[in-house]
Design a protein around this ligand. Structure first.
Ligand code: SAH
Length: 367
């Protein structure tokens, strides 16, 4: 258990997950195939099966000789995510999956189907080192970083289930991905960047999702926000602000002791300038902690005039915590104060609550 206020930026070193097709770009895949004594062009063929047809059944890969298929599966497609449990709610349109990784670490992903889109909420680390006191993941500390393939395979698994019609509502596709599961994505920068490339590049390189449909959510690691802005990937940035003043944010988002509200917002505006993407500000409304009218006004004043959208999240109370969600009238007043300042605001829906699939609850209730 981390001590109060302790921040863990560097993940503990554990046995690395085995290398997987999805860890590599097309050139890396080709090189790896050749290294394993397989023709380089097979990398491209398998990638098309895996990413374009979403086929994980070698029996269907009829353009590849059987002996090569077996060797490819053995060397390039180790099982990274083993399902432990899948539970659903909202009439089967919200599905939470608990996965066991090769070393026993547990992570979760959530698929949410709406009439006009399918959003997958995925994990970038097993646990989290950012120690935010209202978040269940933060309480358990950081186990390790996920590899690029462990991140991508969460989305591939969801895409496959949708394609096969296993999700209520018939066959479909993943349209959005949010890095709002377990972990701080920008603390696992290299692997997350690799995953962003895999998710957005067209097959056979990647899944071909629109970068605009992808959101990277961060506590506000300022140098990494700047780095991400320079990558030329127009993904949406979400900043978990949760307080407009440093005094309170120092306690709610302890990394604020390193990078202050002002610095985080400056980096966010730079990100918006570089990508032309509207930045999302996440704000969990906690009764009598951060939901006062004056804080809403201060927040509105900080954000007014910028390319920004505020996502208010009714606090999902963690077990044993004294904190709870705001009163409806306080939530309404908070929304109004922002609107009066011309700041776009929505209140996040609370999908997945009854299956502990809502924010900050992931894997906390694992067996
Ligand atoms: N580490 C990243 C992404 C993971 S959490 C980040 O902090 O942005 C995704 C969002 O859920 C964050 O805004 C986080 O602050 C919020 N969250 C965590 N626990 C919550 C809870 N119990 N209730 C409401 N929102 C929560």
């Amino acid at each position: 258990m981390p001590s109060p206020g302790e921040l863990v930026f560097d993940a503990p070193r554990r046995g690395k997950p085995p290398v997987h097709l999805m860890d590599l770009d097309p050139a890396g895949r080709k090189a790896a195939f050749i290294e394993h004594g397989l023709p380089g062009y097979r990398a491209d063929q398998v990638s098309r099966h895996w990413l374009a047809r979403l086929s994980d059944d070698p029996g269907e890969w009829t353009d590849i000789p059987e002996s090569d298929r077996a060797e490819i599966v053995r060397t390039m497609l180790p099982t990274l995510l083993t399902p432990v449990r899948t539970i659903s709610c909202d009439d089967g349109t919200t599905v939470k999956s608990l996965w066991r990784l090769h070393d026993g670490a547990l992570v979760e992903s959530v698929l949410m189907r709406y009439p006009e889109r399918v959003t997958m909420c995925i994990s970038s680390q097993a646990g989290c080192g950012m120690n935010c006191p209202f978040c269940a993941t933060g309480q358990a500390g950081l186990t390790r970083n996920l590899s690029t393939a462990e991140i991508v395979e969460q989305v591939v698994a969801g895409a496959r289930a949708l394609q096969r019609g296993e999700i209520e509502g018939g066959p479909g596709r993943v349209s959005n991905v949010v890095f709002m599961g377990m972990g701080e994505p920008l603390a696992n920068y290299r692997a997350v960047l690799g995953a962003l490339h895999r998710l957005t590049e067209p097959p056979p390189s990647g899944l071909g999702l629109s970068a605009r449909g992808i959101t990277v959510s961060t506590v506000g690691l300022v140098p990494r926000i700047r780095e991400l802005a320079d990558e030329g990937l127009p993904v949406t940035l979400a900043v978990s602000l949760h307080a407009p003043d440093d005094d309170l944010r120092d306690t709610l988002v302890p990394v604020n002791t390193r990078w202050k509200v002002r610095e985080v917002l400056d980096a966010a505006w730079e990100y918006a300038r570089a990508t032309h993407r509207r930045v999302s500000i996440e704000y969990a409304l906690i009764r009598d902690v951060n939901d006062q009218r004056w804080r809403a006004e201060l927040l509105g004043d900080l954000l007014a005039g910028h390319l920004v959208h505020v996502n208010l999240i009714p606090l999902n109370p963690t077990p044993g915590s004294a904190w709870t969600a705001s009163r409806p009238q306080d939530e309404r007043a908070f929304v109004r104060a922002l609107q009066e300042r011309g700041v776009a605001v929505t209140v996040r829906d609370t999908r997945g609550r009854e299956i502990d699939g809502a924010c900050g609850q992931l894997a906390a209730a694992a067996p």
